[in-house]
Ligand binder design. Structure first.
Ligand code: TXA
Ligand code: MG
Length: 321
């Protein structure tokens, strides 16, 4: 059921039902973050492994402080500059936070999403919302209410429709559990922006190992379409010139292979804008999956700005050798 009334969403959440919510990054599958019963429904609906912790959402970091979770000074600096926005902080958890949210870890991930409807809803609730991306585990993240409705339908209470997501990539996750700030997931806020704000480099060694236990959700295969997706140049994957059965995803028109039929060619940004490419990425992955091609070839973007996070998602979408 697609709704636009936050009062209905509030009543459903207070009754421990699941409600998909719009954010600036991707749609989240939300439940009362203080209710074990409600949180358990998220894991069940998503088929999510129980060792993978959830992000808590509220409308301000003062609210989180009132629940015993506070940000260290460096994190606060980033929060002032970028929140509400596409950044998630991993910090020490408080007693009040159920172990089901953190999958038993002593840390918790918190974020203030930047979407007017959801900020209003969060302000009206007496509890934070636990919310992973509103897709089945391993599949492509949703950037419209319709994407969520198609995948979950009656399995959840409702989808609160707030229009298409403006950023289109999940939040950047950064841990402040140690002295040193550590990047755990590339996302909608670029490393460049974070490092400029902090005036120092951020440790990114946790990103290198996909199976690292600090970010258990960052499995190497994720965001995957059903059609096999490969990285590189379409010429390298053409057997007997089967270009007619191949879709291509690339950054700008310059990288398009002219042998690929126009109906199977997906350009992320005509003008070469990283933010436009990010905003369109998941919808383009869905369209490429549905266009009838037998394989999808994705050409990576330059490793700069949001190009890094887009490439991260494309690598995880790809078939592993
Ligand atoms: O933009 C977003 O972050 C979206 C919207 C809905 O807010 N949410 C989202 O949630 O992407 P999800 O569950 O798809 O990804 C959350 C990631 C997972 O990789 C999880 O392992 C990691 O955050 N995470 C959560 N709690 C953590 C913790 N305490 N320590 C380390 N990683 C954590
Ligand atoms: Mg996800």
């Amino acid at each position: 059921m697609i709704i636009t009334d936050i009062h209905i969403a509030k009543r459903l959440l207070e009754a421990n039902a699941l409600v998909a919510i719009p954010t600036e990054t991707v749609y989240g599958l939300a439940a009362n973050g203080f209710s074990g019963e409600a949180i358990a429904k998220i894991y069940q609906a998503k088929n999510r492994p129980s060792f993978n912790p959830l992000i808590l959402h509220s409308n301000s970091f003062e609210r989180f402080a009132s629940w015993g979770i506070s940000l260290p000074p460096q994190a606060l600096k980033l929060a002032v500059m970028f929140s509400p926005g596409p950044i998630t902080f991993v910090v020490k958890k408080s007693e009040q936070i159920p172990d089901l949210v953190t999958a038993g870890h002593s840390t918790v991930a918190i974020r203030v999403p930047n979407h007017p409807l959801t900020l209003q809803l969060l302000a009206d609730l007496d509890f934070p919302l636990a919310a992973p991306s509103a897709n089945k585990s391993g599949s492509i993240s949703p950037t419209t209410a319709q994407h969520v409705e198609v995948q979950f339908g009656d399995e959840i209470g409702a989808v609160l429709d707030g229009g298409p997501c403006q950023i289109g990539l999940e939040s950047t996750i950064i841990s402040f559990v140690d002295e040193q700030a550590r990047l755990l997931r590339l996302g909608g806020l670029s490393i460049e922006a974070i490092e400029n704000a902090l005036g120092s480099k951020v440790d990114n060694t946790m990103l290198i190992n996909n199976e690292n236990p600090q970010a258990p959700g960052m499995l190497s295969r994720h965001y995957a379409p059903v059609t096999p997706l490969f990285l590189g140049d379409p010429n390298a994957y053409a057997h007997e010139n089967d270009f007619a059965e191949m879709a291509q995803i690339c950054f700008t028109p310059a990288e398009l292979n002219t042998k690929i039929p126009a109906s199977l060619a997906f350009v992320l940004s005509e003008s070469g804008s990283y933010s436009e490419a990010a905003q369109r990425l998941f919808a383009v992955l869905r369209a490429a999956d549905a266009c009838g091609a037998k394989k999808i070839i994705a050409t990576l973007l330059p490793e700069a700005d949001l190009g890094r996070a887009i490439n991260d998602r494309l690598r995880r979408a790809a078939v592993k050798a």
